[in-house]
Design a protein. Structure first.
Length: 165
């Protein structure tokens, strides 16, 4: 006496439909395709804005009939470091696009988060402590752009880390 009853074999399927000519099969990405790669795009955009923001007015004020604006580059070492952090993010993005990857022990998202945190600290230092030679000036829009770009780098690094998982 058999344990299972006999079953009917399925009929063979027809040939598969032809592939469109000239186009490879589309790759499917896990997760929401709208947000795929958002961290990488946000990283290079924030890096570009951060690098350019050191050439915007961080402080402005009036003195003896003229309005003076002080660029971030002229605020000392911190303004220059902010530029080079933005430039390092752009170099990192260019290396990724050219196919050069970092070692697996140093994830790119960690570097972006670390550089973004450093830029945020520098921006907060200049936001809280105006240099003594610019005592007449108040904070201008450039320092706020710098702070937003630095926070954008931290967010970009966190998005990249979530994409790596």
């Amino acid at each position: 006496m058999p344990i299972l009853p006999p079953v009917q074999t399925p009929e063979p399927l027809g040939p598969p439909p032809p592939e469109p000519e000239g186009y490879p099969a589309p790759k499917t990405l896990p997760g929401n395709p709208l947000f795929w790669g958002l961290g990488e795009r946000l990283a290079w955009v924030s890096g570009l804005v951060l690098a350019l923001s050191s050439f915007t007015g961080w402080y402005s004020g009036t003195g003896e009939g003229v309005t003076v604006s002080v660029l971030g580059w002229h605020t000392g070492t911190i303004g220059k470091l902010v530029f080079f952090i933005g430039l390092a993010i752009l170099v990192l993005a260019a290396l990724r696009e050219s196919g050069i990857d970092l070692p697996a022990t140093v994830p790119e998202s960690l570097i972006v988060i670390a550089l973004g945190s450093l830029a945020t600290i520098f921006a907060l230092i200049r936001l809280i402590s105006i240099p003594d030679e610019f005592f007449f000036a108040g904070r201008a829009v450039g320092i706020w752009i710098t702070l937003a770009a630095a926070i954008g780098l931290i967010v970009a690094g966190l998005l990249e880390a979530s994409e790596e998982l």
